[in-house]
Structure formats: structure tokens, C-alpha cells
Design a protein around this ligand. Structure first.
Ligand code: PLP
Length: 439
């Protein structure tokens, strides 16, 4: 009998024995095409020797040294590399162990920044209904994923959630994409005015939404308008790129494509590519200097911040993305994947929307294309597709949820950046098998 406490207590999972490129292999020798990189993690694929060697070499030198006493070479170099390519005035990197930790650190830094500046009344965070920022209490409070929040209501912090920028569901008939983007962003100004601008500390959003709704990009101009509104009211902009960042959408930082830079940015997942647990929070020179010239101490931290072996993995992963020119490859393979999805599912009666950027693609399933009515939750469509696709040898990331009753079942695809054309065909074939079996 196993003593592992799995997330799905009723599932009996195969045991992973190895991995090679885009495939995972279980102890029975069955191969699974990793069509979602787990959860948008394995961007370099499995068994990347350069990254493994970099981690080993760091472990041979020193695995751990507490950051209260010592910094480390890989942590310093990784921070330099991330900032060299970062947008706007992002200038400092706080290394953590994953996405939820990055989100928690971002929320606390936003609050501390205002406290350091004497604006102690600013403690309200605005986020969006269609978002996921992690599973710890602060990050979960910021997220709008109803399914994940449901039973923890009494524990969650007071934050407000505005409508997402989600044109498939929220754009009105005859409204241009640009007009919708503006209207959608203006909801932030309304909420700031409702709460009282002097009380709002930050707005938090994913540039391309991942785990709540399957790769939803913003409408053109949305984030530029959001940036203007934040600046007008002295509200910090926190962008959560835990899922969509680190090359996943075709640029190292996802927000580059929207022409905006945040005050605070969160990354994780693809940063370590699964070789080590690592995330990071980046902030501007202005925010850092408010702390430096104020209390001189960020009132936050976990034992494993700045872990040297994890930093060595991050350094090797980002280095590999740049040296191997994988980000342009994400753009071409991402277009190729989208084309194949359009060919296969573009006219499918139960596929309402195909979307995304780069190798971050989403499929929204509907009971009726005309009315966009979702399938009833009792059908458990996403769960069945996940199971059937897995049996067919594909790992993909189906999800279901609801926002104001508007959201149904989605599938997120986020394969490794090294995926070949033939593997894209295999992915689409096996996905079709899973979808048809689920329907
Ligand atoms: N933020 C976003 C946008 C995510 O998609 C996730 C995880 O899916 C998180 C934060 C939380 O990251 P982690 O699971 O590494 O704690």
C-alpha cells in the first residue's frame, strides 16, 4: 500500500520511469507525448543533459547556503540574465521556489512599497475573475478560480475581482476588438473609483490567462490602457507570467507582445523547466529603492529563497533558450500547431474557440457553437478527455470551471519548445481521440 498522499486520491497513477525529449515513459514502458509540459513547465523537454550537468556541477560545489548569510554565483548570474532581457525598468530579482511563492512575494512587496512610502492606507488588491495566481492563501485570494476557492471562502483575504478580458465570452456583437479591449480595461478604473483610489495598492493579472481558461490572450490595447489607469492612480501593476512567461508565448516575457512593462512580475514553471523547483519575482528599481532607502528589509522570505542548485537550473534553462534560439522556434511551431488545430477542429460542432500565442494554445468546448452554451458540469467533459487522451498516450491539460456561469470546458496545450512537426501531428491525433471519446 502506498503512503503517498496524491492530489487525486481515487486515481491509481502509473509510475514514471524516465523521459526523453517530448516523451515521458512509465515503468511498463508506455510512452506519453507531453502535450502540456505537465502544466506548462517542461519547456526544454525531458532529459536535457546540459541542464542536468549544470545542476550536478552546482551540487558538487555547494547545494545550499542560507541567503541570510551568503549569496551564490548562480543566483547572481541568473538575476543578471533575467534583468538583461527584462522589459521596462525591472531591475531586481527575488528568487523563490515556485509560482505561488512568487505571487505571495509580489502581493507583500506591493503592500510594503506603499507602507515604506507612507501610504499605509493602500492595502486593497484588485485582480480578475478569470485568473489563477497559486494555491497559498494570499495567491488563492487574488485568483478568481471559483472551483479552487470554493471551500476555502472563510480563509480568503478581502480583494476584488473585475471581469476578465475574454473576448470569446464578453465581447458584444458588433463591438471591435479594440473597443472591447478598452471597455474591458476601463472596468479597472471603475473598480478603483468604487474602492477609493487612495486605498488600492495593486492590480494583478496574467498577460495570457492559463489555468482558468486555456490560453486566453488580451484584446489589442487592453494592457496599455491598464498601464495608463494604474499610473493615473498610483496603483502598482503586477503581471503574473508564471505560466505564460519564459518564452512560452513566443517572447521571453509575455508582456513584451503587449508593449507594457509591469512594476512587479512573477515567473516560475518554465524558468526551471522542471529540472528544479524555482520561481522569481522581479521588481522595478523604484520599488527596490523604496525598501533600500526605507526599512532596508523586505519583510518576507522562505528558507529556500535563492537556492543555489535551483538557480543553476534556471540559469542553464534560460541560457539554453537563448543560445539554442528556441524562442523564435516557439513562434513557428506555435503557428504550425494552431494551423493543425484549425484544420482538425476549426469546423467541429463542439469547438467554440481556438486561441493562444506561441506554444500556449487553448481549445474551448461548447455544447452549441451558435449559443456558446457550455456542457453541463455533470458531464465532467474535461476530466473524461484528460483520461481518454492519457490512455491514448497524450498528456494534455483539460479544465472546467465557471465565471458568472459563462465558462465551460477547455483544453490547454503547452508542449516543449523542441517539439517536431511529426509530434505536433501525433498530438493533434491523440487529442482528437480524447475529445471524441469524451464527447
Ligand atoms: N500563477 C499562475 C499564472 C499559474 O498558472 C500558477 C500555476 O499554475 C501559479 C501562479 C502557481 O504556481 P505553482 O503551482 O508553481 O505554485
Amino acid at each position: 500500500m502506498s503512503h503517498i498522499f496524491p492530489r487525486h486520491t481515487k486515481a491509481h497513477l502509473p509510475v514514471v520511469a524516465g523521459g526523453e525529449g517530448c516523451y515521458l515513459i512509465d515503468t511498463d514502458g508506455k510512452r506519453y507525448l507531453d502535450g502540456s509540459g505537465g502544466a506548462a513547465v517542461s519547456c526544454l523537454g525531458h532529459g536535457d543533459h546540459a541542464v542536468i550537468e549544470a545542476v550536478k556541477a552546482q551540487m558538487d560545489r555547494i547545494a545550499f547556503a542560507h541567503t541570510s548569510f551568503l549569496t551564490s554565483e548562480p543566483a547572481e548570474k541568473l538575476a543578471d540574465l533575467l534583468i538583461e532581457h527584462a522589459p521596462g525598468t525591472l531591475d531586481r530579482v527575488y528568487l523563490v521556489s515556485g509560482g505561488s511563492e512568487a505571487a505571495e512575494a509580489a502581493i507583500k512587496l506591493a503592500r510594503q512599497y506603499h507602507v515604506e512610502k507612507g501610504e499605509t492606507q493602500r492595502g486593497h488588491l484588485i485582480a480578475r475573475k478569470q485568473s489563477y495566481h497559486g494555491n497559498t492563501i494570499g495567491a488563492l485570494s487574488a485568483g478568481g478560480n471559483e472551483w479552487r476557492r470554493q471551500q476555502f471562502g472563510p480563509l480568503l483575504l478581502q480583494m476584488s475581482h473585475i471581469d476578465p478580458c475574454y473576448e470569446y465570452r464578453y465581447r458584444e456583437d458588433g463591438e471591435s476588438l479594440e473597443a472591447y479591449g478598452r471597455r474591458s480595461a476601463d472596468a479597472l478604473e471603475e473598480e478603483i473609483l468604487r474602492v477609493g483610489p487612495e486605498k488600492v495598492m495593486a492590480f494583478m493579472a496574467e498577460p495570457v490567462v492559463g489555468a482558468t481558461a486555456g490560453a486566453v490572450p488580451p484584446a489589442p490595447g487592453y494592457f496599455k490602457r491598464i498601464r495608463e489607469i494604474c499610473d493615473k492612480y498610483g496603483v502598482l501593476l503586477i503581471l503574473d507570467e508564471v505560466m505564460c512567461g519564459m518564452g512560452r508565448t513566443g517572447s521571453l516575457y509575455a508582456c513584451e507582445q503587449d508593449g507594457v512593462a509591469p512594476d512587479i512580475l512573477c515567473i516560475a514553471k518554465g524558468l526551471g523547466a522542471g529540472y528544479q523547483p524555482i520561481g522569481a519575482m522581479l521588481c522595478t528599481a523604484e520599488i527596490y529603492s523604496a525598501i533600500e532607502s526605507g526599512s532596508g528589509f523586505f519583510q518576507h522570505g522562505h528558507t529556500y529563497v535563492g537556492h543555489p542548485a535551483a538557480a543553476a537550473a534556471g540559469l542553464a534553462v534560460v541560457g539554453a533558450m537563448i543560445e539554442r534560439e528556441l524562442i523564435p522556434r516557439v513562434q513557428t511551431q506555435g503557428e504550425a500547431l494552431m494551423e493543425k488545430l484549425r484544420e482538425r477542429f476549426g469546423q467541429h460542432p463542439n469547438v467554440g474557440d481556438l486561441r493562444g500565442r506561441g506554444l500556449f494554445r487553448g481549445i474551448e468546448l461548447v455544447a452549441d457553437r451558435e449559443t456558446k452554451a457550455p456542457f453541463p458540469p455533470e458531464k465532467k467533459l474535461a476530466a473524461t478527455i484528460k483520461k481518454k487522451a492519457f490512455e491514448a498516450g497524450l498528456i494534455c491539460y483539460p479544465m472546467s470551471g465557471t465565471i458568472d456561469g459563462k465558462l465551460g470546458d477547455h483544453i490547454l496545450l503547452a508542449p516543449p519548445f523542441i517539439i517536431e512537426d511529426a509530434q505536433l501531428d501525433e498530438l493533434v491525433d491523440k487529442l482528437e481521440t480524447g475529445i471524441e471519446a469524451g464527447l
